[in-house]
Ligand binder design. Sequence first.
Ligand SMILES: NC(=O)c1ccc[n+]([C@@H]2O[C@H](COP(=O)([O-])OP(=O)(O)OC[C@H]3O[C@@H](n4cnc5c(N)ncnc54)[C@H](OP(=O)(O)O)[C@@H]3O)[C@@H](O)[C@H]2O)c1
Length: 346
Amino acid sequence: MESSKESLLPEDHESDVSSSRLMQAVQYNGYGAGPSGLKHVKIPIPTVELYGILIKIEAATINPFDWKVQEGMLWPLFPGKFPHIPGNELTGEVVDVGTKVQNFKPGDKVVSRVSPYDGGAFSEYIVCSHTMTVKRPQEISAEQVAGLPIAGLTAHWGLTECAGLKLETSSPCTNILITAASGGVGHYAVQLAKLANCHVTATCGPSNVEMVKSLGADEVLDYTTEAGAALKSPSGKKYDVVLSCAPGIPSSSFDPHLSENGIVVDVTPHVNTMLSIALQKLSFSRKRLVPLLLSPKKENLEYLVDLVKEGKLKTVVDSKHSLSNVQEAWAKSIAGHAAGKIIVVP
Ligand SMILES: NC(=O)c1ccc[n+]([C@@H]2O[C@H](COP(=O)([O-])OP(=O)(O)OC[C@H]3O[C@@H](n4cnc5c(N)ncnc54)[C@H](OP(=O)(O)O)[C@@H]3O)[C@@H](O)[C@H]2O)c1
């Protein structure tokens, strides 16, 4: 029906497509300046092409990836170009769609992931591809789903594709260690691991122990204590799977606590991970180290949104910041102590 596809942009925006459609956005122009490198700009609202969906953003989140890109840690791959608007996951309302878009219309609430080359979520509007956009039920708040496209999908991919778990409560019990279980990825992983009938041992700092327990962890290790830093399960269980989300813990630290066929999924793979994998192969060990290289899939994002709708997955919100105060949110993520997700609202 043609009328249902009518744009929901404010009228003054529609009057002159090229000159008056401006929006607030945050961008940076080069590597390395941290929060102070983020500049507030007014730029044209993007327009949809054939397959694009124009979304009025209600919430985006910050991921360590965002500031790692700004620090040049992923040079020369990211960002695609300067100036760069960071932010790769968001939720909001569809205001316009390209003529070839079939399944979305203005007024739909959606969740979307954008290409890490392009970014763009730290703004008021963004054009997303229909291939990584899913519907969000009207009754679910923006902050409950904004973190699913990156942190949620990473946790899901690590458990299912890398560790081979099935998210079914009838699965055989697997003993799993999840490090940084209070972080964006970890807090989703704890909840998903429980859906896979895992016995979850989780690590976090002292202020987050109760939160991680409330998400379902069976045992919690405070990493600031000697016993916690040793990573040994309090009940003496050997881990079948380790989801290693905390930065700076070498994979060899898990070895004494791994079962014979244990798998360590490295959520932050780097050169040392590849060297360790090569050494492991040479030693004919049955233990495996697996780098997490996420391949985002729309059906997995739909699955996670459904879990939120069914009350089986929730997002812990560390803090909520306005786009005009995004520097504060950026600094908070760099500090590395977020409990759950840091949300940015335009
Ligand atoms: N491979 C991929 O595609 C992919 C995707 C997403 C994320 N990642 C990477 O995964 C890592 C985690 O991401 P994230 O979004 O979860 O980060 P995050 O939200 O910034 O993680 C912060 C949390 O980590 C905890 N933490 C820090 N050091 C710890 C330690 N030694 N032991 C236990 N907990 C510790 C902190 O707890 P305290 O406050 O108590 O210190 C805090 O709650 C990042 O390095 C990110 O770049 C990779």
